[in-house]
Design a protein around this ligand. Sequence first.
Ligand SMILES: Nc1ncnc2c1ncn2[C@@H]1O[C@H](COP(=O)(O)OP(=O)(O)OP(=O)(O)O)[C@@H](O)[C@H]1O
Length: 538
Amino acid sequence: MPPISRLLVVAHVACRYRLLSLLPPHPARPFLVLLQYLVPSSWLGTGQLTEGERLKLALERLGPIFIKFGQLMATRRDMLPPEWTEALAHLQDRVAPFDGAQARRLVEASLPRPLDEVFEHFDDTPLASASVAQVHPATLLDGGQVVVKVLRPGVEQRVERDLKVMGFGARLLEALWADSRYFHPRKVVHDYQTVIRAELDLEREASNSEAMRRHFLFSPLLYIPAVHLALSSRRVMVSDRIHGIPVNDIEAIRAAGIDPRVLAERGVEIFFAQVFRHNFFHADMHPGNIFVNPEHPESPQYMAVDCAIAGRLSKQDLNVLGRMVLAVMREDYPGLVDQVIRAGWARGPVDRHRFEQAVTEIIAPVRGADLESMEFAPLVLRLFDLARDYHIEAPVQYILLMKTLVHIEGLGRSIYPRLDIWTVGRPLLEAWMMEEYGPAATANKLRNRLPEWAAQLPDMPELLRDGLESLRHQPQQQREMAHYFETGLRRHRHKMLGGLGGLGLAALAAVDALHGAGQWAWPMAAGALVLLAWACRR
Ligand SMILES: Nc1ncnc2c1ncn2[C@@H]1O[C@H](COP(=O)(O)OP(=O)(O)OP(=O)(O)O)[C@@H](O)[C@H]1O
């Protein structure tokens, strides 16, 4: 259960920025919208702001953990209206650094030996400070330059507290709005949990970095600094310091004598190698994490830090992706739609014919267009918009993948505006396709499955009989299903009423706590909690 004080703050901010008006249509919505006006600060200019701006301001007010959530939501064009995602894309988590002496104490507590037996020098002034961690430069006893990343004190508790509030809100939304299955609040929060918890676990970041480093060891394309595992723990990570040119400093890149075209194309090569060869990709490719090595201008090499969020597609997802790309290459749009539906991404019934037409309208002109002028990111965004209209939702790993690709293209084009992602990527993709689906691969797969099929052959008549038998029982099963759904619907209606009552009480409690005498806030909040907990019970 989330702490009541934090729930009240969130309820107050939601009313302050009139977020209840963004809720989908519902008989109780007018009542909830009216509640917002009980918070006087919601009268101050909020009415002139767009929905996206209100959402952005509210998340900023709620702090870095909600801001990061907003940043992830900004990539969910497959779920949210573009006006919201565009506003959320401007969210920035500016946080003041925490005390360097405290960072030193935290590092010392996690080291196997006293600090001065590990470092010759530890700089109390941080190199960078973000919402989850802070990075300090240091020098090892052997003179090696390193950086020490240390989690902010108390950040785990704050994250868990806010995750509970988000989970509670998501359960409430699903209990009150049956239609929210198209938006999946609980799944969205769960996906966010996975991402933010990954950032809180520096042991995991260390092992991701090491895995990626091994994939690119001796590669001219990418360098990942080594992690000092013996000095690292869940809350502290020590890795070699790199001295690269920030990837968005184009002037410095040119001044170093690096050919921007080669650099941009290498970015695409790295992406395809990570996805299709290693099936392990850096999924947080924002410019702050990527640098360029100035030491070999003739063969430009990227340097990347912060491997906390890495993506990996399951064998099945990778297969679906491969088949989809193959369908696009063959201009087989019915085949592409088939893959989407068979992958189980549709959340409701899909009008196949119209969906297929819409997909063709988006992709066909782009495929025929002049490659140099084709941009990948807008195409992906339009496909996401289309997916949202048809209630089709890709798994989070694909979203990370698309987000990375859009970042790579953005970075690549800012380095070399005429970057053509298809021409660079296509041979790499075709080679992978050949390995996976070429004649040799198919023959291999058949050979591997043959013994299994041969073993199943004698059971075939019985399997067939079982299948026919289950068909005979179908009408009875259908009646049972209908009964099950009717009961569920009735229970849902009761919970909805309970939930609405709870919401009303919570809002009144918030108003009383923040603007009234406050003596009724706790009893009302307790009553609200009982009702809401009952409504959210599975
Ligand atoms: N090995 C390194 N060598 C040099 N600088 C580094 C190194 N690792 C991190 N930094 C610097 O510290 C900054 C923050 O590091 P990192 O991205 O790992 O932290 P973070 O807390 O995850 O930040 P964010 O959430 O903003 O990505 C980087 O942008 C980079 O400037």
